[in-house]
Every structure is written in C-alpha cells, then in structure tokens.
Design a protein. Structure first.
Length: 520
C-alpha cells in the first residue's frame, strides 16, 4: 500500500516524540515529520512530547504524553499519528503489539516519517521480527552512548555546572578554587567514613554554620563520599537520572583526571571510601561492618562444614546487677562454639606480634607491604586468567550471534510456513545470545573493577600506612574500628575446628596454626 493511499491533503495529525539524548535529536525528529506532512499536504494539530527517558527504562504506562495520545485517539481528535521511528514508541515487542492493536481498533494509522511507511498495517510476522531488531538496537545504543561519554571525559576537561561543596568557581578567569574552611570539613568527613562511621552518624557531628545554617543530612554526606571530584576527577553517568541521589554502578561511569581541580584527598582514599559504600549498598557487608565489637566477624569459617560462623551477644544482667555470659562465635550446623573475647584476643595478639616484628613502632610498614604485594599479585594473576577465559567466550558468542542475526535478516521476506518456524527459532536465539553477551560483559567489567581496586587502592602503600598508623602508632587512640580495618586488610579468613585447632590465612606470614580452648 502506498502512503498516499492513507494520507490525504488536509488531514489532521498528531506528532509523538520522545528524546533520550539531547535537543538536537528532537529537532531532527521534528524536521523529518514536518517534511513528511508538507509533502502530503497534511497538518499537525497536536504535539505529544515525553521526557528524556529511554523507552527501555520507562514502560508505556509510565509515559504520560503517550497515555494522553491514546485518550485523544479514542475521541478522534485527529486522523493519524506520525513518529520519527518506531523505537520512539517502544523498544519492547509486547508493547509494540499493544499499540498496534489499540490504534488498529480505532482505525487510526501511525506513520513513520523516517521511512515514509505505516507502522500498524501490513504483515504481522514482519512487524514482530522488526520489533526484535529494535530491542537488539536498544542494546547497541546503550553501548554507543557509553563510548561517547568515555570519549568526552577522557579529555579531562571541566564540563561546567555547579562545583561541589568545598570549592568555588571564579567567573573571572573561569577558575575552580578551594574554599579552605569547607575543604577541611570535607577531609574530616572522608576520615570519619574510613573509620566506619555511617552517613547519618557523620551528619549528626557536623556544625550547621558550615552548611548555610542548616542541619546536615545523610544524603549530603553520601553526595560528598561518592563524588570523585574531591580526588581531582570528573565523572559522567555517576548518578541515576530522575532517581534523586541514587548512584549508578561504578562500571557504567566514565571518569578522568581533570587538571583544573585541586584534589582535597588522594585518589586511593576516595577509592577506599567508595569501596566501603559499594559493599554496604550491595549487601556484601552490613552498615555496621567496620563498627562492631566482633573484630573477626565475617572472617571465621567452620572447619567441618565450611560455612561462616555467626556472632551473638549472650551477656545478661541479673536483678542485682551481676553480669553473666558473654559474646560468642558459633556454627549453626556443627555446633562449633568459641568465646569471642578469647578468639579476638589471641588471634589479634598473633597478628599484631607479626606486624611489629616486621615493622617496629615508628617504622613505615614496608616489609608488611612487600608481603601484601606478593599476595595481591597472585590474586591479580588469577583474575586476569579468568578475564582471558571470559573474553574468549565473549568472542565466540559474538560470532554466533552475528551469524544468527544475518540469517534472520536474510529470511525475513520468505513467508513460507516452514521458514516462519525457522525464523522464530532464530529470533529467540538472537535475543538469547544478546542476553548471554550482556551477562558476560557484566562479569568482565566486575572482574576488571576488582583488578583495578587491587592495583590502585589495596596495593597502594599509603592505604596500608594509614591503617597501620591508626592501630599501631601511639599518637592515635586505639579503637575497635581501626583495629578491625587492619584485620580486614591483612587477614583473608580464620578456620575454626572443634578440637581447638585454628588456621589463619593471611597476607603476611603469621606462622598461623595453633591451639585455642573452645567451648563446644
């Protein structure tokens, strides 16, 4: 059917637009639509423009302008709808079919201006196949968008906007300067977070006069902790759009050093804090992971069933004020049970003794760092081997997916029943391969992220030195949080057996096997 058979001179139409990048794209959409209606001597009487959120992320019922369009269609407010491309309406096969059925029942055609074709007429099977390609294209768009962000940020140029707390932007000379009074508070915030304090706990400590007379909030502390600007880096795609103060997964960011920014803290300090934030957010550790009276919580393994030991405070107080019981580590399955005070004291003594043998009071922990580096190198090599395997598998799947997609494209116009069944199988295979590739890519990114954290944060001497000073150096007060940070940094796990035998797997040599009295 020719488009001229549908669009007649003088017909009234509606334009639906949805833009997901910038204003230039919307201008291109409108220009294409205007060219089409001028060619067929029609007129657009109503515009429906949804906000800049991808159709992949925001479902049809959540787009108010599209819903308004449907309501106006029911009362025949106009005679046709025009869109730039079919992916402006949806990128989900089911939603495409819903739109086609609704507009088909109302006998209102939808015209695609970029191809001068009809969206809701013609062969149903062809439309289903076309919709599948739209879904595949959505994945490709996300990849290209990420590459564009990375390309821009790689230049390390300040992109404008409001500078964060602790800085001021001087319009004369276009220079970013440090506001020292606030900067000192920013450094204190990062220091408190490193010691295990949560966002809310930090907020309650800070003076209102350094926050425009307002009380500090945990959201403002979160904004500071998660912003690499304080380490001298700019970032893109850090925050989720239309989601308040939510932070995207780190592997979706683009981030680069900006020479125009004076760092308030070293990059390794920011990375360390962000790692704590991620672990808490992902449920890998509880918000009280660092601030706990159980120094070895999360590191103890049952030597009989290999499950993690739980911790419990069984201390009770009688009416006379006398205390009974105490804290324990225990295995729910095997009945292994040990007094927390005994294990904490003896294993910590073993650890501190080894630390002081390698680095006496006042001396930088260089020998300890050498042991730690050896351990990290081994861990890094294992992760790199895993990445090699994943990337090899990724290449194989990419080739298979490409072949499947080409076969699908080549067979679209053969409408025989046998070929239709074959194409349905190919279509499902192409989408399945896309899903597998996406999951592989996520695992590769996660592994690379772990390698980078080992290389640039955990293996950095300054990180160990800071943890060491918090615990060992007599100039600072010793507390459980600081001690636990050293334990978590140097010990991988502690295996506890019923016979009182304990094995400590650490990043330094502890001569780590000895006996401890355990209550069964």
């Amino acid at each position: 059917m020719q488009l001229s058979d549908t669009l007649k001179p003088g017909m009234k139409g509606a334009f639906y637009g949805r833009y997901s990048t910038d204003k230039q794209e919307m201008t291109a959409q409108k220009h294409s639509v205007e060219t089409l209606v001028k060619k067929y001597q029609c007129v657009i009487t109503e515009n429906y423009l949804d906000e800049a959120i991808s159709a992949v992320k925001k479902k049809m019922e959540k787009r108010p302008e599209l819903q308004r369009l449907f309501e106006d269609a029911k009362v025949k407010k106009w005679e046709f709808v025009v869109v730039y491309k079919n992916d402006r309406l949806a990128r989900d096969t089911y939603e495409h079919q819903q739109i086609r059925e609704l507009m088909g029942e109302l006998n209102i055609p939808i015209v695609i201006s970029s191809t001068e074709s009809l969206y809701n007429t013609g062969n149903l099977f062809y439309h289903i196949s076309e919709d599948a390609f739209t879904m595949l294209e959505a994945a490709n768009i996300r990849e290209r968008t990420a590459s564009t962000y990375k390309y821009k940020v790689d230049y390390g140029q300040w992109t404008g906007g409001k500078v964060p707390y602790g800085y001021r932007f001087i319009r004369e000379g276009k220079k970013i300067t440090v506001f020292e009074e606030e900067a000192a508070l920013v450094r204190e915030i990062f220091g408190l977070y490193k010691k295990g304090n949560g966002f809310d706990s930090i907020a309650k400590r800070l003076p209102q006069e350094l926050n425009n007379g307002k009380a500090w909030t945990k959201e403002k502390i979160k904004t500071i902790i998660t912003n690499p600007f304080y380490a001298g880096y700019i970032s893109m795609n850090r925050k989720k759009k239309s989601a308040g103060n939510s932070v995207n997964n780190r592997d979706t960011w683009s981030m680069s050093r900006c020479p125009d920014i004076t760092p308030l803290i070293p990059l390794e300090d920011w990375e360390y804090c962000f790692k704590i934030f991620e672990q808490k957010r992902n449920g890998e550790v509880s918000p009280k992971f660092f601030k706990t009276s159980f120094l070895f919580n999360g590191l103890l393994i049952c030597g009989h069933c290999s499950t993690s030991l739980n911790s419990k405070n069984q201390r009770t107080t009688s009416n006379s004020g006398k205390h009974y019981g105490g804290s324990i580590y225990f295995c729910r399955a095997c009945g292994v049970r040990v007094k927390a005070a005994d294990l904490d004291q003896q294993v910590l003594y073993k650890l501190l003794n080894a630390v002081l043998n390698k680095s006496p009071f006042g001396a930088p922990p260089k020998l300890i760092h050498e042991d730690v580096i050896k351990h990290f190198h081994q861990q890094k090599e294992e992760l790199e081997k895993h990445i090699f395997y994943l990337e090899d598998h990724f290449k194989e799947l990419t080739i298979i997916k490409s072949r499947t997609t080409e076969e699908l494209r080549a067979g679209l116009f053969d409408q025989s029943e046998e070929n239709r069944r074959f194409l349905y199988v190919l279509q499902e295979s192409a989408l399945r391969y896309s899903d597998k590739l996406r999951k592989l890519e996520e695992e590769i990114l996660k592994t690379r992220k772990r390698i980078n954290h080992i290389q640039y944060v955990e293996a950095d001497f300054k990180v160990l030195h800071n943890v060491y000073l918090d615990v060992i150096d007599g100039r600072r007060d010793l507390d459980n949080t600081a001690t636990r940070r050293l334990i978590l940094y140097l010990i991988n796990k502690v295996v506890v057996n019923k016979d009182g035998n304990i094995q400590i797997e650490a990043k330094i040599d502890l001569n780590a096997q000895y006996n401890l009295d355990i209550e069964i």
